[in-house]
Design a protein around this ligand. Sequence first.
Ligand code: PLP
Length: 389
Amino acid sequence: MQLANRIRKVTPSITLAIDSKAKAMKASGVDVCSFSAGEPDFDTPEHIRTAAKNALDQGKTRYGPAAGVPELRSAIADRLYKDNQLEYKPEQIVVTNGGKHSLYNLMMVLLNEGDEVIIPVPFWVSYTEIAKVADATPVMVMTEEANGYKITPEQLEAAITPKTKLFVLNSPSNPTGMVYTPEEIKALAEVLLRHEQVYVVSDEIYHKILYDGATHLSIGATSRAMLERTIISSGFAKAYSMTGWRVGYLAGAPEIIKAATTLQGHSTSNVCTFAQYGAIAALTESQDCVETMRLAFAERREVMYQRLNAIPGVTCPKPDGAFYLFPNISQTGLTSMQFCDALLEEFQVALIPGIAFGLDTNVRLSYATDLTTIERGCDRLHKFVEKVL
Ligand code: PLP
């Protein structure tokens, strides 16, 4: 069968494939320690579940506006202002089926064939693939471990051409966990302001998950001029442990949001109505649940970081955000895929090979899992690396 060119350009998600393999092994009784999923292991907080259950009971089970329930759009606008000093009106928000869908909508309405999208490497797996579906050209910029895998203003400047339409910024980052400092964000904004054809999509889905006093500055909050060219992509999955709910949002210029809403109107229509009521509770009620989960992640991060750096031949920086560590395993002489395949087969530990994020010297571990699994998995990883070296 001759499928459409647009899908033939796209690579299936390695992260989803490995996670499914690990889950299938577990289901068949194998004792797998999985660090593959980018998913908090907590239940969605009770008050959020209750709000969705109440919405179901109150008949919030019908079609709604394609752009989202007005109360949710307002709650998102309020929180973007409160948390990140971003001034968006509710009309500048479209509620989507998760952060991934936000990025898809954005790239589909903003990009034409031949437009270039600058993506720092390592990158979250879907950026490049969505850009390809939108017929655009991903331009990958390799970052340095010494710079915390962050793009520098000089690298950004050098990558911009007259064809550049979009720059993808992700802080805190998946897969590295690195957080751009406010000074670094301001320096990137200065470069972007010199090139008026370039928009920036700031993927801030991990912005509430920060450690050791790190602060998050949204690039859209650096100046009014920058805000006009910034599109925020975010969602509820990570900070509120709502991965399966599929609720996210895009905030940006009214033309972009209108276009994304039109696209949504002919594709998914509104996000599940009662799920949106859960999301309203997440934003408007107490934020203590976010802090409780963050503190648990902080403890796990410390343990996993110490354990990884105690393995000879493995080096791992300590990132300030998200729930990932991204150690360098190049001293083993294995590619990241060989490393992960052998580790899963021989020691039943699931990690994601760095090649999925464009960097073959590293592997990604998620510490969004319990401490016992972290200890057991790290014991096995230690033995595996000792065996390989
Ligand atoms: N952006 C980043 C950097 C992510 O890591 C993820 C999920 O892994 C997403 C966006 C999408 O999240 P969701 O579609 O579950 O809201």
